[in-house]
Design a protein. Structure first.
Length: 360
């Protein structure tokens, strides 16, 4: 919204700064961060009062989690609120990719909110049925697929771009929409599965989001794409503002989610963040790079898939407990040790993802 202050500029004054994505991205980061600090404590107080017993704890979970009983959930409202407010304040309203990413983020946040509300009100871990969640997620992703395709260059529509092999495009044709569904729904649920320890999901989400934001900025600049030999998608640079808002909102939330957590993000936050990462990836045509920068989430999801399939086939377990972070809990690792080591892995994977921009 503040971009329109450029109408007051004569080209060499303060208002001219609002033309620059980097300036507005910095403003979005600070706005979201301050939003989190200002509204974090009041929101937690309201959630604690309304929820009473807080988020239900699984009976079959690690024993150390029973001490977390009574901790309120739905803290994702703080993330989504800060992220949305900051993005709307600093991003251009005439950019279709900003609205696409916001649409996916808020839609998955709504699914997560309904799930969290069901869990808290019924005081069980069932929540909204998996079929309903999946159906709604697929519907949102289908809309996003057509939305993104409508604003991609003709040469990139329904195409899969490969990292490193930058002259290669794979025409997915009719399979493009199912592919986008897998990316967005898979990303949302992978982040959701990762959100099992205090601070575990939010930092990797910030790292992956910031990395994809840098990629979006590069992809949205013709000069950078020419130098780095990546595909140019006009308008994606504005997504960088969204990702900087995500970074600020995430830090504001982490202030209260750091061990021991005063609030959990719940499905409200994890589904929203995962959906956002998927939407950014399809907007920038870097879907496969998402699998790298979000590799931690992929690993968490795969650990569940492997555990379930192997157990159904043999009656035995590969891991002591899935997702994989619970396996390390069962092995005796302290929760902060798991969280920080997983953060390090997420950062390494993000650096590898960024390196694909220049590898030829």
């Amino acid at each position: 919204m503040l971009y329109w202050l450029t109408a007051l500029s004569d080209g060499g004054d303060f208002f001219n700064l609002f033309r620059y994505i980097t300036f507005r991205a910095g403003g979005a980061f600070l706005t979201a961060l301050v939003f989190g600090f200002v509204f974090g404590k009041p929101l937690i107080n309201v959630l604690r009062k309304k929820q009473g017993k807080g988020q239900p704890i699984r009976d079959d979970g690690p024993e150390g989690h029973f001490s977390k009983a009574g901790t309120p959930t739905m803290g994702g409202l703080l993330i989504v609120g800060a992220l949305t407010f900051s993005t709307l304040l600093w991003a251009r309203w005439d950019n279709p990719f900003v609205w696409l990413v916001l649409f996916v983020t808020l839609s998955f946040a709504a699914i997560g909110f309904a799930d969290d509300f069901a869990k808290v009100s019924k005081q069980n871990t069932a929540g909204v049925s998996g079929k309903v969640r999946l159906t709604l997620g697929v519907l949102i992703a289908v809309i996003a697929a057509f939305w993104a395709s409508a604003y991609h260059p003709d040469a990139l529509q329904n195409q899969l771009a490969l990292p490193v092999f930058k002259d290669t495009l794979i025409n997915l044709g009719l399979f493009y929409v199912p592919f986008v569904v897998c990316v967005i729904v898979g990303s949302a649920n992978a982040v959701n599965l990762t959100d099992g320890l205090d601070g575990l999901a939010i930092m990797p989400a910030m790292i992956a989001g910031t990395t994809l934001g840098v990629i979006a900025y590069v992809v949205g600049r013709a000069d950078f794409t020419q130098y780095l030999d990546v595909h140019y998608v006009q308008g994606t640079g504005e997504i960088f503002i969204f990702t900087m808002a995500l970074l600020g909102a995430g830090l504001g939330f982490l202030w209260y989610n750091a061990p021991p957590a005063a609030v959990f993000m719940g499905d409200t936050g994890s589904l929203a963040l995962g959906g956002a990462l998927g939407a950014i990836a399809i907007s920038t045509k870097h879907e496969l790079v998402l699998a790298i920068v979000g590799g931690l989430f992929v690993f968490e999801a795969l650990s569940v898939i492997v555990q379930v399939l192997y157990f159904k086939r043999t009656g035995k377990r590969v891991f002591l407990m899935a997702p994989i972070h619970h396996h390390y809990e069962k092995k005796g690792w302290a929760e902060p040790t798991i969280v920080i080591r997983f953060w390090i892995i997420a950062l390494i994977l993000a650096m590898i993802g960024l390196a694909t921009l220049k590898v030829r």
